[in-house]
Ligand binder design. Structure first.
Ligand code: CMC
Length: 428
């Protein structure tokens, strides 16, 4: 019997009709269940870049790209960024609820204890040239980490996968900081169990052995609380973003049964590209190459030229067609940091000019191209004296919880299958 919640497709060559169920989510667009389409019709659906494909059902993150809305487990990103911190966000993603005071304390302690790396892993860093990009070292070290922990995880055993998740979230900042220090040829700083997640990372990046900060004119320049909060906000905003390119890679690797940390390492590699997380590094490199406010118009003209492959880094998004809510939070943060840290760099002026010009230009308006999260993270991280090659590793630190939460969801989902798309063959 024909039902209302179905979708009928007609093959106009034969007049044959095919009916598919419409699956309703809790919010957002519904999806036509096409799983039997090939069996029914002998044809594939064609969708390069998956612009119209829901590859799974998920209850982790919701995005409304038209409204500029982002929620983790139903909670608006604005609430998490202003009233909570990154560890609360991690707990929320993994456990579906925010922690109680006691749960927060236990989770924090667990991450502090798990931040250390196996001594054997240290040797791996020496295999990389001094000038290695920290993303290369990071991805390799996470793959190596898989060999230190049992790959036969029982997904029905909550304690096992919770431990696996906490371990990778806790160790990623240490690996990232070690990768950075190796790239400078300076000694590693071990995690400090007395420090919070975010402060610990900044310390492992900046400190001299013995935990001292570098000397300024008035003595040791300790890490400022405002810097810790800014970085923590960046981690929170990056924590998850539903089925983005790197998460799709993580789920794809999960579908083959590979070790979860290998799936994360693959996600790191996918994130590195400048169309994705690598954009934060490219934004600053681009601002530097623009050089001065007077050159902005020239570069905007290049971005609009269909014969030039130059793109404005930090602009545009596959899903957000109004504004990126993460960018809105970061713009506010950037303006606050300008006052509290007394910043006013030429790069900031160039960025402000680009933003103003693009937002009033019909090319960008008609294509709904707005500044995205990476447009502002690069500027804020520069203000926090973090070197360019660490911007994408910082994205990795934030996103690890999202990847591992999506890995767990994939493993628990009875509808999960190996990721194995087909093709429209055009060869000989
Ligand atoms: N500068 C100039 N033109 C652009 C840009 C840009 N940054 N982004 C898109 N366009 C144009 C594009 O040329 C196309 O124009 P036309 O219709 O005339 O051919 C139109 O806008 C649609 O672009 P698209 O490439 O079909 O859009 P997409 O959804 O496939 O790509 C994107 C999204 C983010 C890869 C792209 O906007 C881009 O390359 N942006 C710059 C890189 C960047 O900032 N990436 C970070 C994304 S946010 C964080 C993350 O996901 O990690």
């Amino acid at each position: 019997m024909r039902q209302d919640n179905t979708f009928t497709l007609t093959d106009n060559r034969t007049g044959k009709k095919y009916e598919y169920a419409i699956k309703e989510g809790s919010r957002g667009p519904a999806a036509v269940d096409m799983r039997t389409f090939f069996k029914d019709t002998g044809m594939f659906s064609y969708d390069p870049g998956y612009t119209s494909t829901a590859s799974c059902s998920s209850s982790i993150t919701f995005i409304d790209g038209e409204k500029g809305e982002l929620r983790y487990r139903g909670i608006p990103i604005e609430t998490l960024a202003t009233e909570h911190n990154y560890l609360d966000t991690c707990y929320l993603l993994l456990n579906e609820t925010l922690p109680t005071d006691n749960e927060r304390l236990q989770f924090d302690l667990e991450l502090r204890h798990r931040a250390f790396l196996h001594e054997g892993l240290r040797n791996l860093f020496n295999a990389f040239p001094d000038n290695a990009h920290p993303m290369a070292t990071l991805s390799a070290a996470v793959t190596a980490l898989a060999s230190f922990y049992d790959e036969h995880l029982d997904i029905c055993d909550e304690a096992e996968y919770t431990e696996m998740a906490s371990r990778i979230i806790a160790k990623i900042p240490t690996i990232a900081a070690f990768a950075y220090r190796h790239s400078l040829g300076i000694p590693f700083i071990q995690p400090d169990i007395d420090l919070s997640f975010t402060k610990n990372f900044l310390t492992m990046m900046r400190a001299y052995p013995g935990g001292k900060m570098h000397l300024g004119p008035l003595g040791h320049e300790d890490i400022k609380e405002v810097e810790v909060r800014a970085l923590d906000t960046i981690f929170t905003l990056h924590a998850d973003h539903e089925q983005n390119a790197s998460t799709t890679v993580v789920r794809g690797v999960a579908s083959t049964g590979a070790h979860p940390y290998v799936a994360i390492a693959s996600g790191i590699s996918a994130l590195w590209g400048r169309a994705h997380g690598g954009a934060n590094e490219s934004v600053i490199a681009q601002l530097e190459s623009i050089g001065s406010v007077e050159n902005v118009e020239k570069f905007i003209a290049r971005a609009k030229d269909p014969n030039d492959d130059f793109r404005l880094m930090g602009f545009g998004h596959r899903v957000y067609k109004n504004f990126d809510p993460r960018a809105k939070i970061l713009k506010k943060l950037q303006d606050e940091l300008k006052v509290t840290l007394g910043l006013n760099s030429e790069l900031m002026e160039i960025a402000a000019k680009i933003e103003e010009t693009a937002l009033n230009d019909d090319y960008f308006i008609s294509r709904k191209l707005y500044p995205n999260v990476d447009f502002y993270t690069g500027i804020i991280l520069t203000a926090l004296k973090i070197p360019k090659n660490m911007f994408t590793p910082i994205f990795v630190i934030g996103r690890t919880v999202g990847w591992i939460t999506q890995w767990i969801e994939f493993k628990k989902d009875p509808e999960s299958k190996i990721a194995r798309p087909r093709q429209l063959y055009t060869g000989k």
